[in-house]
Ligand binder design. Structure first.
Ligand code: CDP
Length: 229
């Protein structure tokens, strides 16, 4: 059984992070949530006054990229990895609406993408990694042996995101979440650099009507086939 690279891409709140994390755990691979890295940069920009009334000071952010250190702490009691921004655990803050509403414009900035893609490629050098995001199979690891593209309707994704946020004690209306999802879909699919697009060799998983177990069976089966090739 060879060590491979697994790239899981898809729309916002399609459940790709949950399945990527679980696949990594089941097969003993490292899991990297690339979206958390874009979110951490967004939080940094918000906290350092680089975003005023929705306007980003791109020059200031680009010149600060070297000061932004992003790491992942190993899974703790809750079974999840936590994102560390300059040593501080920001796992909860990066999921807030304030970050969600600015992350896609931040992720459109070419220098931000270049910086994070380089970090992501370094993390994957030794293979044995599952990374999820928008451009993993197309840009970060175009040679990944296993590529999955996850799809689900905006309404189903908004419903799932609202449940997740409720679990975190955040009460945001379904309409606001759906609007944010639609807006991010639009920005992510139409941006100039590395837009969200299915790689030609990606396997599509439409999980609108699939249970979690069905998705995991599908994913593990594909993983076993490819890693035995
Ligand atoms: O959690 P959710 O699926 O809503 O999104 P995420 O994976 O946390 O990513 C947040 C945002 O970061 C996305 O809407 C994209 O704008 C951006 N992103 C990206 O551009 N490229 C990636 N590889 C990952 C995320």
């Amino acid at each position: 059984m060879k060590k491979i690279t697994v790239a899981i891409d898809g729309y916002s709140s399609s459940g790709k992070s949950t399945m990527a994390r679980e696949l990594a755990k089941r097969v003993g691979y490292v899991y990297v949530d690339s979206g958390a890295m874009y979110r951490a940069v967004t939080l940094y920009a918000l906290e350092h006054g680089m975003i005023q009334d929705g306007k980003i000071d791109v020059a200031k952010l680009v010149s600060s990229l070297g000061d932004i250190r992003i790491k992942f702490a190993p899974a703790g009691a809750d079974g999840r990895q936590h994102t560390l921004l300059n040593g501080r655990d920001v796992e909860k803050e990066i999921r807030d609406m304030a970050v969600s509403s600015m992350v896609s414009p931040i992720a459109e900035i070419g220098e931000v993408r270049e910086h994070l893609v380089k970090l992501q490629q370094d993390m994957g050098k030794g293979k044995g990694i599952v990374m999820d995001g928008r451009d993993i199979g197309s840009t970060v690891f175009p040679d990944a042996e296993m590529k999955v593209f996850v799809e689900a309707s905006p309404e189903e994704r908004a419903r799932r995101r609202q449940l997740e946020m409720k679990g975190n004690g955040e009460d945001v209306s379904y309409e606001d979440i759906l609007a944010n999802i639609r807006e991010r879909d639009h920005i992510d699919t139409t941006r100039k650099i590395s837009p969200l697009r299915r790689a030609a060799d990606a396997h599509v998983l439409d999980n609108d009507r699939m249970s979690h177990e069905e998705q995991m069976d599908w994913l593990l089966n594909l993983f076993n086939v490819i890693s035995h090739e």
